[in-house]
Structure formats: structure tokens, C-alpha cells
Design a protein around this ligand. Sequence first.
Ligand SMILES: Nc1ncnc2c1ncn2[C@@H]1O[C@H](COP(=O)(O)OP(=O)(O)OP(=O)(O)O)[C@@H](O)[C@H]1O
Ligand SMILES: [Mg+2]
Length: 314
Amino acid sequence: MSEYCIELNEVTKKFGNFTAVDKVSLKLEPGKIYGFVGPNGAGKSTTMAMIMGSLFPTSGSGKVFDHPLASTAALKELGYSPEFTSFYRDMSCAEYLHYMGRLSGLSDKEAVERTKELLDKFELNEHANRRVAKFSTGMKKKVSLAQAMINHPKVLLLDEPTANLDPTSRQEILETVRNMVENEKLTVMISSHVLTELETVISHVIMISHGKIILDAPIHEAQEMFKKGILIVNTSDNDTVYEALKDHYQCTVIEEGLRFMSENMEQLKKDIVTLAYTKGLILNLLQEEVMSLDALYKHIMEGGNHESDNKENA
Ligand SMILES: Nc1ncnc2c1ncn2[C@@H]1O[C@H](COP(=O)(O)OP(=O)(O)OP(=O)(O)O)[C@@H](O)[C@H]1O
Ligand SMILES: [Mg+2]
């Protein structure tokens, strides 16, 4: 038996000439929560769809436990909450869960029992007979999570379960996921654009950009890795500072002024103070920071996917 719940080996997905997922290799261990983060169009949903067997890789291979992707045995181990769920117009919440149970292979009796359990667990009892298509976005996400659990999966794939939710509902969904993992010993892969909200829940972070994995590390390791120096600088003439130092240090223009990254913080500070002195600049801000994972994410993604820029500007 494989020690991993999911293994991908150089999985690639092309749509025509366009490579959406590019030689992605991943190994997910049991009992962990993996954050799968990346901007719009990075390849998150496509990767998940390949794990779910609803899209076939153009090349590469993968396994769910010891079963090949898309096999019936693999599907039995997986629960999936898609990015967009469409609900039948006339189904009540309870009917929908029962229906999904039947689709996943439960007997009628098992589906009835499981529906009851999940309505309880997700605190949906008082809404059980209301039409699910009329639910609020937050409630629909909850129902989508509940249906993902219908066949007692060992691995849950949650594609942006918090998208379009207000902060309270986001926290509620993440809390629910955390409880599910604790109570049911699940492995979860959860995708999002927003790393900060996942940071407290996930044990592992996987970053994807342009179809390629650019970081795959335990969350604490990732946080440690990027604890190196960042200096936020604001002077009376940031352009001059930028021009003078951009060839010597990694420097980005940000709202607060300039963000420098360097492993030699002392030298960087000296250089800035010397420059300010010789050019007669006023030093408004010289602030050292530890890079949060989210800052790292933004940093990595800067100048990243054009698709995301387009969407945001649209
Ligand atoms: N069926 C398809 N045909 C053609 N291109 C596709 C198809 N599905 C996805 N793509 C493209 O593949 C790339 C990856 O898409 P994917 O949906 O996996 O990204 P994502 O990371 O889930 O993005 P988002 O955060 O917007 O959900 C995108 O450029 C997308 O336009
Ligand atoms: Mg997506």
C-alpha cells in the first residue's frame, strides 16, 4: 500500500497548444491539509479535475492510494466540492444530499442515513426541506461540502470553498473543514487565491503559477524559509533611492514606498542611510519585516499571470 493518498508524476494537461498544467508532481500524505494556492488561471481546478478523473492528463500519471487516476476504486476514496456547483432547481437540501449519495453508490437506506448525519453535522437541519437552489452562497458552499463527504471519502478536494463569501462565512467554512479533518482523519486539498485565510488551517502549502508548482513545503518550513530580511523604506524621494540601489538589491515599488529584500540587512540599512545623507533625503520609514507567507505569495506572483490581471481589471 502506498504511503501517499495522492501521487502525481509529471502530470501535464494541454488544451490545444496551451499547457494548463505543466509536469506537476505531487505527493499528499494522509491526515494533512494542503493549501493549493495560485492566481486565476494557474491550473488549480484543472489539476483537481485530473485527480478526480473528470479530465485525463495529456501525459504523466497518478494514483489515489494504489489506484490509477479515474478508476472506480480511486473515485471511492475521493470527495469533491467543485468550484461551481449547480443544483437542481426543485430539489430540497435533503433530497439533493440523498441523490448525491445514491450517485456515489450508497443504497437507498445508506443514503437516507448519511443525509441525516450530514444535515446534523453541517447544522443544516432546519433548512433540510428548503430548495437548495435558493440558498445563500454561504449555505450552498456548506451543502457542497456536505455532499463531498457523502461517501465517507479519505481524501477531500475542495476547489475554492470560500470564494465569494463574507469573512464570517469564510471562517465558518474553514472551521468546518478543520473539524472534519480532526473527526474523520481526512486528507484535504483546498484551493484558494487567498493564502492568509488558509495559513492557520493548512499544514502544507503548494503554490502553482502558469501550470507549474513553484513551492511545495510544510507551512512552518515555508514560513521559516522566508524569514529573511525585508526592509520597507520611505524617503522624500523614493525614485532616487530606487535608481541608486535597484542594481544592488531586490527592490519593488509598493504603496508604502519601496520594499527591499536582502540577506545582508546591516549593509542594506547602511547603504540607505548613507544615500539619504549624501542626497539630503528625509527618511520617513525604515522598517524591518518578516515576510508572511502571503507577502511571499504576492512577491512570487508579482508580474505573474496576465489572465489574473485581465480578470481583475475587467
Ligand atoms: N476546457 C478548457 N479548454 C481550454 N482551456 C482551458 C480549459 N479549462 C481550463 N483552461 C485554461 O487552463 C488554464 C488553467 O485553468 P484552471 O481553471 O485550472 O485555473 P485555476 O487555477 O483553477 O483558476 P481560477 O483561480 O480562475 O479558478 C486557464 O488558462 C484556463 O483558461
Ligand atoms: Mg479554478
